[in-house]
Write a protein that binds this ligand. Sequence first.
Ligand code: NDP
Length: 468
Amino acid sequence: MVDKDADIVAAQSEGQFTKAYDYDLIVIGAGSGGVRAGRIAAGYGARVAVIEGDRPGGTCVIRGCVPKKLLVYGASFAGEAEDAAGFGWQIEGLSHSWSDLIAAKDKETARLEGVYRTLLKNAGADLIEGWGHLKGPHEVEVGDTIYTAKRILIAVGGQPSTPDVPGLAEYAITSNEALDLHKRPDHIVIYGSGYIALEFAGIFRAFGSKVDLIYRADLPLRGFDMDVREHIAEALRDRGINLISGRIIAEVKKTAEGHVVTLDDGSVLSPDEVMAATGRAPNINGLGLEAAAIETNARGAIKVDEWSQTSAASVFAVGDVTDRINLTPVAIAEGHAFADTIYGDMPRAVNYDAVPSAVFSQPNIASVGLSQEQAEEVYGRVQIFESRFRAMKNTLSGRPEKTYMKLIVDADTQKILGVHMVGPDAAEIMQGMAIAVKMGARKSDFDAVIGIHPSAAEEFVTMRTPRA
Ligand code: NDP
């Protein structure tokens, strides 16, 4: 049995930095979590190497959050252009070049990759390019070389996972390829209704593609607040996305013209592209976890304790490979806490309460805290305050879309348990709400705040009557 606490304490006392190994710390994976851990550890004086087989920056910077958000920005101008007419603008000859957008996006991700390389260099960490394989609890092989370290941090992230449907893995693109398409599809079928599915449905639709969103549940975004799910389903339909609920894909075939997608009810779609957005899985294939006796759970995620320590005392893991909350800022927080704990004499574990998140669909969705369903289960009696309104901008633009905002309050203590929004700038607004929720705000704290008028956000402090 590994004495983990003793190892943490030993790490904070003398003997921390030792020359017996090539490095004090080897990080496998130069994504958000790994780079943060590596450079903070190096800042405390640790000799650090970061191993990366692909491009430094990882999923978020190279093929996730950042390029996706650039495409979301690009897509948002389509709606702005439509809305502008109501304000007297006459925009003629509007056209869009997909290849110019992809080229601009590629330039920006290349710049950010350079920033990540510089961050590591300036911190004094070595970047070792190649795929790392564990050879033992202190050994990592890259190519023909074996590097040793007192500790190893695994921060290899996740990768798209597709269900076992004939032709799906073979012919469908995933979010990896969707960001690099040379040509925008005229018609795309997107499978799934989670974060990635909704974000890409919004992107392709805004640029003019016909989008069929196929999912097995009744509503998109399983696990989100039910009112939010109902509201976003309507908003997506209003934006022209074809929602096909309660269906699964039975087969995908490729033809000379495109693809043939057969659903479980026998109906057939013929899109140019099929995209699987059916979840992500920990990236553990070929990592050699068995060489260090590192345990995984049923989903293939590396099991860790609150200090991100694995079943092998010298090996730690952060980010999506541990499948805790799979968000970039969480991976960064885990990497930072690991480095502070082990190398900075500041033991601290990440607090996973009230982690806000946003879906960058069009319109945006953002939440912090519990859904109504979760709150009722945990707290019993809750009060719901909500507002559904047509944003001022939409009065002149003529867009029928409504914004939805919801507060979930513990009926006994008046503590705010959950905040949810579907509407423009929801992500920007929710970050501030998250501070209030994290501080344990009560409804009376919200009531005591003067609104900023006219804004959508002011609704959060002017809701007075709970839903009956
Ligand atoms: P999600 O888990 O969000 O959604 C997966 C979707 O695939 C669900 O609709 C799910 O359906 C469906 N699905 C899963 N398995 C099957 C199956 N066997 N057959 C049919 N449908 C299936 O995953 P994503 O891929 O969208 O994103 C992965 C994660 O990445 C997110 O959970 C999030 O943590 C992170 N992310 C965060 C973003 C952000 O913060 N803005 C953006 C993108 C990703 P069902 O609901 O029925 O289970």
